[in-house]
Design a protein around this ligand. Sequence first.
Ligand code: FES
Length: 169
Amino acid sequence: MQNGSEETWQPKILAFLCNWCSYAGADLAGTSRIQYPPNVRVIRVPCSGRINPLFLLKALQSGIDGVLVSGCHPGDCHYLTGNYIGRRKSATLKRFLEYLGIEEGRVQFSWVSAAEGGKFSQVVDDVTKDIKKLGPIKRFVKKESREFGVQRSESRNGIFKKNLRTPNE
Ligand code: FES
């Protein structure tokens, strides 16, 4: 990181968490007051198998720097095989992202159970460190999304407010 704006840059990370395990794990981390980086915004989904790869692509296209998908451990899915389907989709998506030239670490997958608040915190910490190393997403972001990102950032507090980007970046 060379210039001042990049030194203060914080990644925007979107986490898709399955309702039955990972979301409950995140909740446990919160109620147990386990600290983790505030860069993550959570979207609760019924099951990791419900994730449509287009959700992830749309997030990246909108200027989100990294995406985390987390579900129940293999064998624990509330819908029996949803997490296997999710894992298969993620393997396919990874190859597609590689084809698009998007760095591998921008989309990450993990299994976190409802009892693993500490693991959730560790996963978020690891993902945030990985995305920080990669820097802001530049490929694949729609120009108007960057402009929209600036407008959106101005109306928010915290990291999203500090993380203003211009369309020229
Ligand atoms: Fe959690 Fe399916 S219900 S991954």
